[in-house]
Design a binder for this molecule. Structure first.
Ligand code: PHE
Length: 463
């Protein structure tokens, strides 16, 4: 990301300067670095498969548009207005009130997301090695399933790979090179995009792929329940990294003349594009080779090797694919890890090293429950949710992030005044986007919070 120290441009408290992005494109790229990750490559396909395909995608799209996007604009807007972290932003804009608790819940959410996200990243890292060895390259579901099962049912492999991921992320943070890594992530995004297009072409041209396309395009709403809709909304929050204050921090680095609604819209569209490409890469192959669309979290890992094994230079492409997936995951994890670290540093005045080590140890402990979910802890099952792995996922995507989004939209629609919002979104009337600002205000006031509330209650079976 293109960051420069422009203390002159942005006044902050005391003499402390705040880095801000130097270009408009830099802002979008950095935000995408957090948004694009395993959510696109792993979660979107497996949830789509498990929830019936096209109907789920349509609900997810609607949630992204009327829930995720307005919450993202809210976060960017208040972040840029206050130029502080999430908690300080809400304390500054609503002094003496409890709105800062959204930031506190965000810290918990970031921590719990990391607890299972690092395990999925662990699988991705392990698959780089498996790809190099060539052992998983097969179009036979039995072979690829066995290879994945061997990894996740081994307590040693699951734990060690998670520790590798944790140590990798912690060293990037402790060395203070996160910005360099983010710059790299941004450069490699086009490479990820390109390889996805190649995989899509292979997948779509497989004999029997049409069934997969039909699955993605022909909606069947008959199986949609309240829980399905909550899952789709949770995915929308998770995908855009919103509902937990991460985007407030990003907003605090934005340029004064950045068009916020347009930026958020571009981020959303790019993120959706990557997700859809992943869907197009996976589902035609799922049907062509006889995999199960409802395989759950294993879907990516058992299906994608089959696609690679049926194309020229497949092994090289597979190595590249998992390296790029690991890099995308790293970008997202850096934005997650930074949340509790920044809090311990800023509020408790800990040194960066001490804060990083504390979060690392905490994650190794809590994260191990996710890592061992398919082996030593497989017998621990939470009714209606699943293993520890599923629990952390469910608690964050389906409860904490929607609650964060609910309160953020109430804050924007009920606490902030239209005059302020108008000034912030039109950049003091220097932009011709008052229509977009008005549309945002209407949706965030009357649509977003109501929808989140209803979807949460019906998804949790309250009615
Ligand atoms: N959006 C990221 C992904 O899709 C995950 C994430 C969620 C990152 C919340 C930061 C905050 O992988």
């Amino acid at each position: 990301m293109a960051i420069a120290d422009r203390a002159d441009a942005v006044p902050t408290k005391g003499a402390v300067s705040r880095d801000i992005f130097t270009t408009r494109l830099g802002v979008i790229a950095a935000t995408l670095g957090s948004a694009v990750g395993l959510g696109n490559i792993w979660k979107f396909p497996y949830l789509t498969g498990a929830n019936g395909g096209a109907a789920f995608i349509i609900i997810y799209l609607l949630c992204t548009l009327v829930v995720g996007l307005p919450v993202m604009i809210t976060e960017h807007m208040i972040g840029r207005a206050a130029r502080e972290d999430a908690i300080a932003t809400l304390k500054k804009l609503a002094p003496g009130k409890s709105w800062w608790l959204i930031g506190a819940s965000g810290i918990l959410a970031a921590f719990l997301i990391m607890a299972f996200y690092t395990e999925v990243a662990a699988w991705v890292f392990a698959y780089i090695v498996k790809a190099v060895q060539g052992a998983v390259l097969s179009t036979d579901p039995a072979v690829t399933e066995a290879a994945f099962a061997e990894l996740i049912t081994s307590p040693v492999q699951s734990l060690v790979w998670q520790w590798v991921v944790l140590a990798f992320i912690a060293s990037i943070i402790a060395l203070g090179v996160s910005k360099g890594i983010e710059r790299m992530t941004k450069r490699l995004m086009p490479a990820l995009f390109t390889i996805l297009v190649i995989v899509c072409i292979r997948s779509i041209t497989l004999p029997g792929s049409w069934q997969g396309l039909e699955f993605l395009l022909k909606p069947d709403f008959s199986k949609v329940t309240g829980a399905t809709v909550l899952t789709a909304m949770g995915l929308a929050f998770f995908k855009l990294s919103v509902g937990m204050g991460t985007m407030i921090t990003y907003g605090s680095y934005f340029l004064e003349d950045q068009d916020l609604p347009a930026t958020a819209t571009r981020v959303m569209l790019s993120d959706l594009a990557v997700s859809f490409l992943c869907g197009l890469a996976i589902f035609p192959a799922v049907f062509a080779f006889g995999f199960q669309p409802e395989s759950g979290p294993s879907l990516l890992f058992i299906t994608i090797p089959a696609v690679f094994s049926s194309m020229p230079f497949g092994q090289i492409f597979m190595i590249l694919f998992f390296i790029l997936a690991a890099i995308a995951a790293t970008g997202a994890m850096l934005s997650l890890f930074e949340v509790p670290v920044a809090y311990l540093e800023g509020t408790l005045n800990w040194s960066r090293k001490k804060a990083t080590v504390a979060v690392l140890v905490g994650l190794a402990l809590v994260g191990s429950t996710a890592a061992l979910s398919n082996s030593l802890l497989a017998h621990v099952v939470f009714p209606g949710v699943g293993t520890f792995f599923d629990l952390w996922d469910y608690l964050t995507s389906n409860i904490l992030l929607p609650l964060g989004g609910l309160f953020l939209s109430l804050f924007a629609g009920r606490v902030l005044k239209w005059d302020n919002i108008k000034t912030w979104l039109t950049n003091k009337s220097t932009l011709q986007n008052e229509g977009a600002a008005r549309a945002f205000y209407f949706v965030v006031r009357f649509v977003t919070p109501v929808l989140i509330f209803i979807i949460l209650l019906s998804g949790l079976n309250v009615f």
